[in-house]
Design a protein around this ligand. Structure first.
Ligand SMILES: [Zn+2]
Length: 224
């Protein structure tokens, strides 16, 4: 008897492949029992639900959902990389291009020209020139001055403010509690509260003046 035959005859040396009983791929009963405790450890807990928020992509303008805590995201429509951090513009900064899904603050000490901002909410107290687009609310306070291509979904001028836009701003709706100088074009309504004042041409679907509010200038219906 050769060595090879001897080795295969000895059950201690025989290596038998693991045989599945059929084509189904089921493991033999004893092998299944052996593996079961390992498998139990890897039973996945259901993932906690991540709070989401809806944003508008600043590249393609379509809405998408991103996690609330995300600092950046990728648009599922145009695959653009979207920044989502909140930014405060510092005086004398060289970063004049600001594009984010977060909020941007421009403090009173800032005086910048050629500033390009696209963001969600924008709060302006300083003096800026350039193109500024807020997809959410634009809040003006103090002696805020803005010049250039300006647009927002909603404009809010806080009480006690002496804000200025030149040549004008186009918004969906506006709410003035302070004074605003400049042309205002609103797709929907403009509300001027008590002590609020608008100096300049106003084109809006409707203009509501509270008692004590003032409008100096012409008004034109947006539907005409
Ligand atoms: Zn997009």
């Amino acid at each position: 008897m050769s060595d090879l035959q001897q080795a295969s005859a000895d059950p201690g040396y025989s290596v038998r492949p693991l045989e599945a009983p059929g084509a189904s791929g089921y493991l033999p009963q004893n092998e299944r029992r052996r593996r079961l405790p390992f498998a139990r450890e890897y039973v996945r807990e259901p993932l906690p639900e991540v709070p989401m928020r809806e944003v508008l992509c600043y590249e393609c303008g379509r809405s998408c959902q991103i996690p609330k805590a995300a600092l950046s995201a990728v648009c599922p429509h145009c695959f653009a990389h979207l920044n989502a951090v909140n930014i405060t513009v510092r005086p004398g900064t060289h970063h004049l291009q600001v594009r984010t899904l977060g909020d941007v603050k421009i403090p009173a000490s800032v005086e910048l020209s050629q500033l390009h901002v696209v963001c969600h909410n924008l709060a302006v107290a300083g003096c800026v020139k350039g193109s500024l687009r807020a997809m959410g609310t634009l809040t003006m306070q103090g002696h805020a001055e803005m010049e250039g291509q300006l647009s927002a979904s909603k404009l809010v001028v806080l009480g006690g403010a002496h804000a200025k836009v030149s040549p004008g701003i186009s918004v969906d709706e506006a709410e003035l509690s302070g004074c605003l100088t400049g042309r205002l074009h609103a797709k929907r309504e403009v509300r001027i509260h008590t002590h609020g004042k608008l100096i300049g041409h106003c084109k809006a679907a409707s203009l509501q003046l509270a008692h004590g509010a003032a409008h100096e200038g012409t008004w034109e219906s947006a539907t005409s």
